[in-house]
Design a protein around this ligand. Structure first.
Ligand code: PRX
Length: 638
């Protein structure tokens, strides 16, 4: 029996028990069986959650690109590593073999070196879903530069905050990007951002849409001529197991975004292992994850996990609605996709459209369907199961986070059961616990509480870039000696987990993790706004949408209020990006506060959900009278 590839329920339980009884041995066997190590580790795991300090495979030396690319060349050089499917269906797809990927990554890595990038430097990548995105990430990893990918839908303010937070020396971007029938001028967003980034020395620009862009002398360089003249040979730099591989920002419930730091060996082992098992990947399968590489899902399951397994992975530049709502299904048919991994928000949006969009295409290549990013509701689960999987493809509802690096709780197809709305069982090596508010672990079944993980796993983030205290505070201080995820969950009578959603002030909108505090900070910059509070409310496509309660300095009427609504959303778009726009904005004269001045979001949440029958005790509020007014005002907004 191999730990690395679980094939039935009995094996799952055996492997799981072993992984809990002897985690070191369990992970050691996996690491030994599958990877190319230039020096073996001295210790599999060391950890102290009180600090927190966590290390995996300490003392080992490796390069992740050697594992994701070079190692496959001898046996699979001509196999397709990446299928690039462009935005326009009439444009040809590009198949990049492992051999070609190797060449392109090495050449790109040489360009990085020529342009002054050294091991340990941070490089910000702000690119659309084109091959250069994958290649530049891997090129950084080749030379041990730390990549920080910023999703190319983020605004210039969001971009400069992230560039400065990790002190990036270089930005890699493109003239623009395609988004369905539109183009987006990425380079000018970068230009604006860089006005506030004094330490960026170089900007490499990929030509994608052939638009006119301004190039700043001595700073901006077109990429292609550099690639054309760079040497092809680039030996991988050997990294320590715990050297940072990348930084990826995620929203916190307060303050600025958190630059989660993932390190080399543990992340590699964990993404590879989870990819292989959750998607039951077999040689010659074609795997497609529809996420953007700007999010952790794309890092782990478009790039690192699949490539570490020598898989063929699809990279899609387009959107599900262009040129029509059949696009996903057309791509599945065209590339004979075997595993398809997407978000509930996409499923819900597509389920609203005519069924013939999916019925027109041959989806018989599909073996496994996946869901990620937010709870999947029962209706969407069944639509996915019936119309896309034709009741023949197990659906893996995968729970995890930017912080966890890889999938944590999920069915393993053909081994563990799939149940609508349940992420079901922890993967081997993962020890979940549910806690009550007083920090006691809730033992047994039929309990619900805060979802924590009691033991380290190789893929977990090690710190927040530049702010280790915040890392400890956020994840390791709520409950002693456990990682706290920020999610709530229940464990049913058979021990299966169902994720019930965030228990903090993060709202998941269309699968995007949005902290409400940074949005409130943005709104409060509007000269007419005195104070604001944002909460989530259920939305039939986005899962959750945002509802803003806003106090104005002077109350405006009718038209003025309408203009203000637009301006507020404009300010949010500028500070964060269009994904954080508010669906509903209610102007109020007061916000419910505790005597210590804290906004009682619980009450606002209930009002936004239109569930005012049970607001709980409001008599202890500083200003209970405002609640009635807010309820009345909300009726006009609903
Ligand atoms: O609330 C959980 C939700 O998404 C959060 C993590 O967001 P992010 O770091 O952006 O990573 C998303 C992709 C891994 C979690 O705290 N979430 C993620 N997957 C699920 C989920 N909620 C319910 N079910 C899931 N399968």
């Amino acid at each position: 029996m191999s730990n690395y590839h679980i094939k039935n329920l009995e094996e799952y339980f055996q492997v799981y028990r072993k992984s809990v009884r002897d985690p070191e041995n369990f992970w050691e066997e996996i690491a030994e069986e599958n990877f190319l190590w230039r020096k073996r580790w001295d210790k599999v795991v060391e950890y102290d959650f009180s600090k927190p300090e966590i290390s995996w495979f300490k003392g080992a030396k490796l390069n992740i690109t050697e594992n994701c690319i070079d190692r496959h060349l001898y046996t699979h050089g001509n196999k397709t590593a990446i299928i690039f499917e462009p935005n326009e269906p009439s444009q040809p797809a590009e198949n990049i073999t492992y051999q070609q990927l190797h060449e392109r990554v090495c050449i790109f890595a040489n360009v990085l070196k020529q342009q002054g990038i050294r091991t340990g430097d941070r490089v910000c990548i702000y690119l659309p879903m084109i091959p250069e995105l994958a290649i530049s990430i891997l090129a950084c990893a080749r030379i041990g530069a730390i990549h920080s990918v910023v999703f190319a839908g983020f605004s210039s303010t969001a971009l400069h905050t992230r560039i400065n937070d990790s002190d990036c020396k270089m930005v890699i971007t493109s003239d623009g990007s395609y988004r369905g029938g539109k183009t987006i001028d990425l380079k000018s967003i970068v230009d604006e951002a860089l006005e506030s980034c004094p330490n960026v020395e170089k900007v490499l620009v990929v030509k994608r849409i052939n638009s006119e862009v301004k190039m700043k002398p001595n700073r901006d360089v077109w990429l292609q001529p550099l690639l054309d003249s760079a040497p092809i040979d680039c030996p991988p730099v050997l990294m320590d197991a715990e050297d940072p591989l990348f930084i990826l920002y995620t929203s916190g419930s307060t303050g600025k975004p958190k630059g989660m730091v993932h390190t080399t060996a543990g992340y590699m082992v964990y993404t590879a292992y989870t990819f292989k098992n959750v998607f039951q990947y077999r040689e010659n399968d074609v795997f497609w994850c529809t996420a953007d590489i700007g999010w952790i899902t794309g890092h782990s399951y478009i790039l690192y996990g699949p490539l570490a397994n020598g898989a063929t992975t699809v990279m899609f530049e387009g959107i599900p609605s262009y040129p029509d709502f059949g696009r996903f299904w057309e791509v599945i048919q065209k590339h004979k996709v075997n595993q398809f991994y997407t978000a509930p928000t996409a499923i819900r949006a597509l389920a609203k459209e005519r069924l013939d969009f999916s019925a027109e295409y041959d989806l018989s290549s599909l073996k496994i369907l996946g869901s990620v990013g937010e709870p999947i509701n029962e209706e969407a689960w069944h639509w996915y199961n019936d119309n896309i999987g034709k009741k023949n493809c197990p659906i893996v509802d995968t729970w995890w986070q930017t912080e966890t690096g890889g999938i944590m709780i999920s069915p393993i197809p053909y081994s563990t059961p799939t149940i609508p709305t349940y992420a079901t069982l922890p993967l081997p090596g993962i020890q979940p616990a549910l806690m009550d508010e007083n920090g006691n672990e809730l033992k047994g079944n039929l309990v619900s509480g805060r979802l924590c993980i009691k033991y380290p796993w190789p893929g977990m983030a090690r710190t927040i870039w530049g702010n280790h205290d915040r890392f400890r505070e956020t994840y390791f201080s709520t409950f002693k000696n456990t990682y706290f995820s920020g999610d709530g969950a229940l464990r049913d009578s058979t021990g299966y987990y169902r994720i019930t959603g965030r228990v903090d002030d993060v709202v998941i909108v269309s699968g995007h993790n949005l902290g409400t505090a940074p949005i409130e900070d943005a709104i409060n910059e509007h000269p007419a706004v005195a104070e604001s509070a944002i909460v989530g409310f259920p939305h039939d496509v986005k899962g959750k949408a945002l509802y803003g309660f806003v106090i104005l300095k002077e109350t405006g009427e009718g038209r003025l209020q309408e203009n203000l609504r637009k301006e507020i959303n404009q300010i949010i778009t500028e500070h964060i990006g269009p994904i954080a726009k508010l669906d509903k904005i209610q102007f109020v004269t007061g916000l419910p506060k505790t005597r210590s001045g804290k906004i009682m979001r619980r009450i606002l949440r209930k009002i936004a959900e239109n569930d005012t029958s049970n607001l709980g005790d409001i008599s202890t509020l500083l200003n209970p009278e405002c609640v009635e007014e807010i309820i009345e005002g909300s009726i006009q907004i609903q």
